[in-house]
Design a protein around this ligand. Structure first.
Ligand code: UTP
Length: 292
């Protein structure tokens, strides 16, 4: 059973500047919850019990968000706002460990920082700016595949040609529907060199042998220690599997993806959806008349 999950959150978030200059990208809210809370809840729903967050400069708000907030709780209690109080308290009951990545040396390096806490167990990694439709049990499916194969599992998504150069891309063969045996990976390849159109997205089930590879890896693309490079070496030494996501994913670390996720989640929100839908329909109707 996998009980630990690592949440790398030490990146600079340059695609979302200036919002991310002094505040963490992971605290950007979709409707009323920060990105990292969606990822934490996703992991918790799959039986994860220990949550390890890799933080960096300007990331204190993440720790505060999952800490108790005495004054706020007291005020909510006095005002009789029981539902909000329970919502806030729910967050304090989760077991967190925070590790500081001293410099943003890459995702691979961020994961290596978790080694003293993960030790020799298999573990999950969730990148909170990749928001997966909360109604999709995708992480659960990845954990089941891990149990069946006893091998690392990485999340995959088919991307159009124009996006190939933005992602880690796998080379692999499909063993059963949506399940690939990964032969190799390459970080942000040129389209003409890309071995497939299957990109790696921000969910991984990893085994502790990844740490040894990360420790000896030279810097790769962008001068960063790339998880993709370590996974490429891993796939040369042992079976590694990829599972294709069936639901929706939003790249909420990117402005357009963030707006798309906001709209879709707001349309599903019990309280907001009616008014928000009328607002959007109004905008569409005006658009048809080409009002500027
Ligand atoms: P991204 O590629 O999204 O980088 O990192 P970023 O710095 O967060 O954002 P941009 O691209 O500059 O806009 C993927 C994940 O890896 C973490 C990030 O926090 C994010 O969850 N990461 C990246 C680290 O924890 N440390 C690093 O050194 C790099």
């Amino acid at each position: 059973m996998i009980k630990k999950a690592v949440f790398p959150a030490a990146g600079l978030g340059t695609r979302f500047l200036p919002a991310t200059k002094a505040s963490p990208k992971e605290m950007l809210p979709l409707v009323d919850k920060p990105l990292i809370q969606y990822a934490v809840e996703e992991a918790k729903n799959c039986g994860i019990e220990e949550f390890i967050v890799i933080t960096g400069k300007h990331k204190r708000a993440i720790e505060d968000h999952f800490d108790s907030a005495f004054e706020l709780e007291d005020a909510l209690m006095k005002k009789g706002k029981k539902e909000l109080l329970e919502e806030v308290r729910r967050l304090n009951r989760i077991n967190f460990a925070y590790i500081r990545q001293r410099a943003p040396l890459g995702l691979g390096h961020a994961i290596l920082c978790a080694k003293p806490f993960v030790k020799v167990e298999p573990f999950a990694v969730l990148l909170s700016d990749d928001v997966i439709d909360p109604d999709t049990p995708f992480l659960r499916e990845m954990l089941e595949l891990y149990r069946e194969k006893e091998a690392p599992v990485i999340a995959l998504e088919a991307v159009p040609d124009e996006d190939v150069e933005k992602y880690g891309i796998i080379d692999g063969t499909e063993e059963s529907q949506g399940v690939f045996r990964v032969k190799g990976l390459v970080e942000k390849p040129r389209l003409r060199n890309a071995p497939s159109r299957l990109s790696v997205i921000g969910r991984y089930i990893l085994t502790p042998d990844i740490f040894g590879l990360l420790e000896t890896l030279p810097p790769g693309k962008g001068g960063e220690i790339q998880l993709t490079d370590a996974l490429n070496q891993l796939a040369a030494n042992r079976p590694v599997y990829g599972l294709v996501l069936k639901g929706r994913r939003y790249d909420a670390g990117d402005k357009l993806g963030f707006l798309q996720a906001t709209v879709e989640l707001a349309l599903r929100d019990k309280v907001l959806s009616g008014q928000f839908r009328s607002f959007l329909n109004g905008l569409m109707a005006n658009g048809k008349k080409e009002i500027r």
